[in-house]
Design a protein around this ligand. Sequence first.
Ligand SMILES: [Zn+2]
Length: 163
Amino acid sequence: MKCAMCENEKSLKRERITVKYKDCGLDNVTLIGVTYYKCHECGEEYFSYGNIEHLHKIIAQVLLKKSGFLSGKEVRFLRKQLGYSGQMFSKLIGYENETLSRLENGKQPITPAFDRVIRFSVAERIHDRNYDLHDAILKGGEKFKRIELTSTPQGEWKLKLAA
Ligand SMILES: [Zn+2]
């Protein structure tokens, strides 16, 4: 690929790098094998995350079976995964818009009932799990602090670890 920002006519060199995927709104997701280009003339950087829809779906499936409660940031990530605005989502789950906003911002603690309504409303829309959500929750969920994914040569993503 060529630089879109300057007159540099040379093809940019492609690299595979590891990044903290903060763009998704979560602090603990690492992507291994992101395609990266940097223009040596103007310094412009280009990142290619491959199939983002697939990537976010895998992250969502990991979050749904997490032990303990979801964090506000995780709730926001899952809501966005459904394509809902805060207003639409709060209407769907029967909460005030401002309450949802406080919960997402971490200004109000997540309650067990809220945690479950989020998980089930998300799970109802996002399928293709390789586990049963009810079983996972009844068994106490999975403990993890960070999520790592690796890219495949086809531009898809694979869960490496949730630990
Ligand atoms: Zn450039």
